[in-house]
Design a binder for this molecule. Sequence first.
Ligand code: SF4
Length: 510
Amino acid sequence: MDPIAQKPKVIIRHCDEYDPERIREIIREGLEELDLRPRGRTLVKPNIVASGPLFENAYTRPEFAEGVLRALQDRDDGEMEELAIGERCGITVPTRAAFEGADYNPMIKRVGVKQYFFEEEQQVEIPLTHEGRLRDYLFTPEPIARADFFVNCPKFKAHPWTTVTFSNKNYIGIQDDRHRLIDHDHRLNEKIADLQYIIQPEFIAIDAIIAGEGRMLTPIPFDMNLIIMGNNQVAFDAVCCALIGIDADTVDHIRFAKERGFGTTNLDEIEITGDVSFDDAKKRGSTFRHGLIRVEKYFEGTNITAYAGSPPDAEKTDYCWGGCPGAIEEAVEVLRLYDEQCDEKMARLHVVFGAYRGPIDAKEGEKVVFIGDCVNYDGEINGDTVSIKSLYKDRKTKDPYTAKHDDIFLKLASVKKQIKQHQGVQIIRFTGCPVSVAEQVLFLAELGGTHNPYTDPGSNRDFVKNYVKWRGVTALKRLGGEAYQKHGPTCRGDARPAVPGQLSPPTPAE
Ligand code: SF4
């Protein structure tokens, strides 16, 4: 069934516990109501951006995924060749570690489905030809490009870069790091809209039993007691937005997807059913706080003072919602989780983004950190004349074919080295576009004097074990030169994977 051609329907169901059997029943009924049956290569994509006990509200819970997988098995009438679950979690973290931390592995074994770690799979080129695209092609893992029946299973959460992360935004996890980081900047919303051309889900089921309020990696638990299902991603997100009092047309990535023909945000054109009325569901979401807060405001009252100027393409936006400023907000929240005294311990810091033109009120001994390729500044700091030039490279110079993976341990070493070299120097700059959450966690911990999660013995053991496996597997695959598999892709319109040979190997092990 074409998820775009048919009338969109969203089903709102009550569910107040993570009971896989109850979730299975609700999802099965949803599939029945939408008249959907899995077929061919069926792939479920949860959101496991981060996991483990400290991030327990950040990810689609395994009980939820189990219910979805078992319901798909229930609905199989012999047309399903493969049932799989796949994800690319947060940048730099091995997806193996994310699955393990979220306790997915015993469930996957129990249900008997295939597991994909997207960064370990071959990457398939998808050409783009639509008006307003950021680039002419992008890459996605082979299991996504070849899925015949794609199921999107996001977590209902707020997001500091994109207001919310529901179904459309969950697509940021259908690229490996080196491709995901391209355009993950002030044009992030357009990137998310471009990703829609890769594939459209035929079924969407969001884990809104305990939603995540305020933030993305470290959200505050918010009881919605809902499972929401649908058959069109834009319409689905429009309903989810309405539940928390947001007009979906004000959320750029959803509006862009609508404008490109992927669905409607007009609630009058969406059939809404279920055992919870739309009005009752809206009451449940009425106090939900989304995450869009400018960095200057975010750090008010803390030891960090933030200054943000315009990113490049100032005619499009005066703030980089998709890159470095949002990443530092998430980075600080991560540090707070690992160190209860983070805010008290944090050294006085000044952090600067974009083309900042105002004063920087840094006293002697207070570090001023310029963050990102696009940061630029001409002025006086503590009596000294300071000139920081933009190193931003136009996106046309960033070719997905030659994009390189950033190794977290090399990053760790480089951040440490840079900080050592700048001891006693007031100004320090970290380059990148974006400078990721992981890097900002590293330098904030080092400069701020808080506990460093990357040296935390508990989480580090599993991280290193899974990192070694990831690197080993990708090295073997590269040596083996995986064969191209010719399957009919489920891409929309002209977004067909390219001819055989236009493949990129799994993330290299350099
Ligand atoms: S360097 Fe950072 S702030 Fe500047 S455009 Fe890139 S992601 Fe945005």
